[in-house]
Design a protein around this ligand. Sequence first.
Ligand code: AMP
Length: 622
Amino acid sequence: MNTTIESFTQLELRAPILQALSDVGYETPSPIQAACIPHLLAGSDLIGQAQTGTGKTAAFALPLLNRIDLSVKNPQILVLTPTRELAIQVSEAFQRYAKHLPGFQILPVYGGQSMVVQLRQLNRGAHVIVGTPGRVMDHIERKSLNLESLTALVLDEADEMLRMGFIDDVEWILSRTPETRQTALFSATMPDRIRRIAHRYLREPQEVKIKSATTTVTAISQRFVQLGVQHKLDALTRILEVEEDFDAAIVFVRTKTATVELAEKLEARGYAVAALNGDLTQQLRERVVEQLKRGTLDIVVATDVAARGLDVPRITHVINYDIPYDTEAYVHRIGRTGRAGRAGTAILFVTPREVRMLKDIERATRQKIELLPLPSREAVADRRVLQFTQQVEAVLKSEDLSFFLDVVRNLEAAGEAELHEIAAALAFLAQRERPLQLPPAVGRDIADIAQGRPERTERFERSERFDRTERPARPEHASRENREQILERRRDYAEGKLERYRIEVGRNQQVTPKDIVGAIANEAGIESRFIGQINLYEDYSTVELPATLPEDLLAVLRRVRIRQFMLGIRRLDEEESRRDAARKRPGFSPKPSDKPRKPFRDDRRPDFSGAPRKGHGGKSRT
Ligand code: AMP
């Protein structure tokens, strides 16, 4: 492995490709990239033992793109992948890296996609084809895929193709490509059959294997969370809220851009956080480290390179927000905690495709990494209540409260309320920035998704919980409802019965439909699939939400703010709904000022990780 390559500029890549790398924010080549790119640039065949997450896609895409001839419209590079998902992912990666190659065309081809469309696209020409073996075979047989100009072939995740029974197809395709081609084979493991294929079809291949560092890291407790990429931000904030012994954390991500984006999102949620990446001058870097040491900052979001050698004893947690490329990087990362003989905790976020890397890390560190169940919303709320109680107790012990006692005595003397009611009102005021009651989730909670638990009627569980702790239920709280009603409501959600609601923000307040979806999804936990059409007007908007939104959730939503403006949500009455619907009908021409904007529909999952909307992000820490 070549460890001396620290920057992409040391590799002989063309300027447009270096520019694209700078755009995506890659700071330094990953080990597999540093090792493979020079060989592939030199035209050698290559066997790379590497898996998803190591950066292997760029390891072959960059050098192969480097020599593409844009004037030749026939496929010059063919990448075979075991699944359509990987085919799409690889195509997207190529596209990102080829952003500054004018006229560059790539075509993913896989089963399940319309043959007619594919034939038309192939006819138009593409420089790179990424496909699953079956569909690529089809096209070769139909002569719709012309491989005459092919100069390079990549077998991606070869062991997966073997496991899925595609290996004969792969050999069939290999035997029909020009012998002059350059071939790269990537595989996480090297079963005999793959070795034999490599031996038969590759010419004096260079072998690259990312070595696994084996180290023992006993002072550090290692845990992992399995989750989807879209849940990372929510998971991180929950973990930061409930982790005991939390003092300071370093959060590792892959790109410079990600350091800045994540730091901004955490800052919007009230954390004292900064980004640390290779773009910072030495002076700025030192300042960040100094602030972390002093406690002016609690969290630093960093890339591997920027955090090298960081020695801050108060770091209690290392969060691997993006999995490292290899075990060596993992060991380096977690070594940022557990310093000066203290205990430390390392938490690794693992998406389903990265489970293999988790196993490698366990092997390399000779330690089992325990599953960390994601804290539920209740656990977060319980933690907040506990911290709040502790703060109150501390103030009672240490502060001179005489002035405030007078204020309370005056309130009591007014005779409007009992002392405990006054205290409750004060507690209510004190928790507004960081609510002690979290709104119930609508749809599956991420903690349940992470644990593979089925959907549950959370509101029902919450009411049970209140009964258990004998907290008085508020009159409108779910504890009054019987199970039947709750189940009925869920059925309504499932059937997608939507009703129109009015919110008191509109175009004049410069809100966008994305702001509205984000605020509702984040603050009320309503998944975006339960949020329907949004119409923006001058001073208000209407939004379709589940018909059966419970009163307590509406109460939460009423107070949510977008750009400092309170939503003040309410259901439209029948007449208003009718008018609103009529305005959307073709043929209706509202006054120019009242014309609804193009209806907005977002069937994708909410972007929980989206940029924070100013004005309604609750502080997460007091
Ligand atoms: P792969 O192993 O090819 O699936 O890549 C895993 C992830 O790492 C992808 O999200 C890439 O965008 C990212 N990645 C690849 N190379 C680099 C790099 N040199 N710096 C930062 N991120 C990278």
